[in-house]
Design a protein around this ligand. Structure first.
Ligand code: NAD
Ligand code: WQD
Length: 315
């Protein structure tokens, strides 16, 4: 069975990818410091797959511990790198925390791949690399605009660090997957989106308001130039996103003609407004959601959605 190192594998997207990999016959090995996830996620994965996944509680910024982990798993065929801090607002308040965590960890991982000849990397990038786009939908060739947050900047820098690393490591291939807005959970509900603390993303805020854990959802801005004034995003189901990771991995492992570096947008290609999402949630659950219109949130773009032609064709 082919071994894949999954960093951040107890997190929201990582856990769904671990399930997908197991289902498709791979052996994922998780490395995560549980800074934004819980060990109980491993039980959820076991309930779904009937498999115990090997797990290492390691901070990827700890160079020695990370390299020793890579040495132990040098027979892995690739790394899927999810581990990162991802709160846009917090990154503005604590930029060094984000640069340190997201870049030190990436550098240690690349060092591990170089030292122990692990040849394939899938990197979690983000639509945030496009900033406020000039035209919609965005393609992989759309301009990379100045980042609107230190978090976004770590993703832009991450992609550049990987490209430079590949120039001196011609045996390694990498793909950066630029996610739009992942939402939802595995059908079983044994795993899902379980942020620690107050959620900053729309969907967990909606569900926590629906169950009464939060009093009221604030809709950030109703004066954007969109059909109902609220901001447009491209919401992609997390299981579709997970599936795309395994496909990307298979592309670089199985296709000897594939480029040594590539980028793919992962979105559904349609923009939905915040009010569209709320109304859809109300329709599906037959429950009214308590929400109010609030001022725009700093740093938000008005609209972004993907042109997903490249991923659809090539993955
Ligand atoms: P998440 O917080 O649920 O998962 C990330 C995991 O990484 C957590 O389990 C956390 O404990 C771990 N981690 C963080 N720093 C670490 C470190 N130094 N050492 C070891 N483990 C560490 O986040 P997610 O939503 O699953 O996001 C996964 C990846 O996708 C991230 O890189 C994120 O930036 C990117 N991304 C997420 C979204 C989104 O909306 N969820 C969108 C675009 C890109
Ligand atoms: C979606 C929409 C909010 C919460 C972020 C990152 C991006 C990427 C995905 C990682 C926006 C509105 C939200 C709330 C609201 N992550 N909203 N009330 O901001 O599109 O993207 O996550 O790379 O980089 O910026 O996602 O879920 O926070 O917001 O009205 O309580 O919902 O203003 O229009 P966002 P989100």
């Amino acid at each position: 069975m082919q071994k894949i190192i999954v960093t951040g594998g107890t997190g929201y997207i990582g856990s769904h990818v671990v399930v997908d990999l197991i289902t498709k016959g791979y052996q994922p090995i998780i490395i995560d410091n549980l800074s934004n996830s819980e060990r109980s996620v491993l039980e959820g994965i076991k309930k779904i797959t009937d498999k115990d996944v090997e797990f290492a509680d390691i901070d990827l910024c700890d160079r020695e511990a990370t390299l020793s982990f890579f040495e132990q798993h040098r027979d892995s065929i690739g790394v899927i790198h999810f581990a990162a801090l991802k709160s846009v607002g917090e990154s503005v308040e604590k930029p060094l925390k984000y640069y340190r965590n997201n870049l030190d960890s990436l550098i240690n991982i690349l060092q591990g791949m170089e030292s122990y000849n692990i040849p394939n990397l899938i990197f979690s990038s983000s639509c945030t690399v496009y900033g406020e786009p000039d035209a919609l939908p965005v393609t992989e060739l759309s301009a990379i605009k100045p980042a609107t947050s230190p978090y976004g900047h770590t993703k832009q820098m991450g992609e550049e660090i990987i490209m430079n690393f590949l120039k001196s490591n011609s045996n390694v291939k990498a793909i950066s997957l630029r996610y739009f807005n992942p939402i939802g959970a595995h059908d079983s509900a044994y795993i899902g989106e379980l942020p620690t603390g107050v959620p900053s993303n729309l969907m967990p805020y909606i569900t926590q308001t629906a169950i009464g854990k939060r009093e009221c959802l604030s809709v950030f801005g109703d004066d954007y130039k969109t059909h109902d004034g609220t901001a447009l995003r491209d919401y992609i189901h997390v299981c579709d996103l997970a599936d795309a990771h395994t496909m990307a991995l298979e592309k670089i492992i199985g296709d000897s003609n594939s480029k040594n570096y590539d980028t793919y947008n992962l979105g559904v290609g349609t923009g939905y407004s915040v009010l569209d999402v709320i109304k859809s949630f109300e329709r599906s659950t037959d429950q009214k959601l308590n929400y109010k219109i609030a001022p725009r949130r700093a740093g938000d773009v008005s609209a972004i959605y993907a042109d997903n032609t490249k991923a659809t064709k090539e993955l």
